[in-house]
Write a protein that binds this ligand. Structure first.
Ligand code: ADP
Ligand code: MG
Length: 238
């Protein structure tokens, strides 16, 4: 059974279809990356799946269950936002532990898990730091740790490595792949960075103007771009 099924999902802002009948599915334990230029509707897609954006048509199913009418906080998924949205009044540990405590983890269990996650994202020992004292890249790493903490059935990541420097990005991509494999996490990530998408995903879907232009394994898409747009986006001349 596919873990996420998106069918003919449509979101309009005024006259404009920002998502235009998008079909997409992510199998259990699979990582799919939606790749495309800025303004193409990637963040809107994640918000719609998460129940944070009203949809005009189409259907979202998680583990076979239609999500129509299911409020965001009841959907079995984690979303890491493009702009973090950390809780400024909580310290780093408080942010990372948030979902764990909500789901009833003991204080001790949450603390152990927080330490593990901060280690993973390259911020060991940062638990007591104030969110405001962190750089953009550090905040992004905290947001990643927070989204990973409750081990959601479906994890959605919006430009997860966008603000990180190259070295950390390359290290994290490898670690994330291993982690998702180990945890059996189903992942839908979106990014404008093809290197990130190709390194992270089992399958990529190239998106433009609210439509999926092509989807396939990274090597299929790389070797056989289905349109001039995809080829250009991947950096080929024709
Ligand atoms: P991406 O994440 O691929 O950069 P977005 O999903 O953020 O794209 O945005 C897609 C388009 O929808 C953009 O043109 C953006 O300006 C527009 N958009 C996003 N949110 C809203 C909104 N709440 N109201 C009107 N237009 C919006
Ligand atoms: Mg976006």
């Amino acid at each position: 059974m596919a873990s996420l099924d998106v069918e003919a999902l449509t979101v309009r802002f005024g006259e404009r279809s920002v998502l235009d009948a998008v079909d997409l599915s992510v199998a259990e334990r699979e990582t799919v990356c939606v790749l495309g230029p800025s303004g193409g509707g990637k963040s809107t897609l994640l918000r719609a799946v998460a129940g944070l954006q009203a949809v005009d048509a189409g259907r979202v199913r998680v583990a076979g269950r239609d999500q129509a009418g299911v409020p965001a906080h009841r959907r079995d998924l984690g979303l890491m936002f493009q702009d973090h949205q950390l809780f400024p009044q909580r310290d780093v540990a408080g942010n990372v532990a948030f979902g764990l405590r909500m789901r009833g983890a003991s204080r001790a269990r949450a603390a152990a898990r927080v330490a593990e996650l901060l280690e993973l994202v390259g911020l060991p020992g940062a638990g007591r730091r104030a969110v405001a004292s962190l750089s953009g890249g550090e905040q992004q790493r905290v947001a990643l740790a927070r989204a990973l903490a409750p081990e959601p059935r479906l994890l959605m990541l919006d430009e997860p490595l966008g603000q990180l420097d190259r070295g950390l990005r390359e290290r994290l991509v490898v670690e994330l792949r291993e982690l998702f494999e180990r945890l059996g996490t189903t992942v839908l990530a979106v990014t404008h960075d093809q290197g990130e998408a190709f390194a992270l995903a089992h399958r990529v879907a190239v998106m433009r103007d609210g439509r999926i232009a092509q989807s396939g394994t990274p090597s299929e898409v790389w070797q056989r771009p289905a349109s001039a747009f995809v080829a250009r986006f991947l950096g080929f001349d024709n």
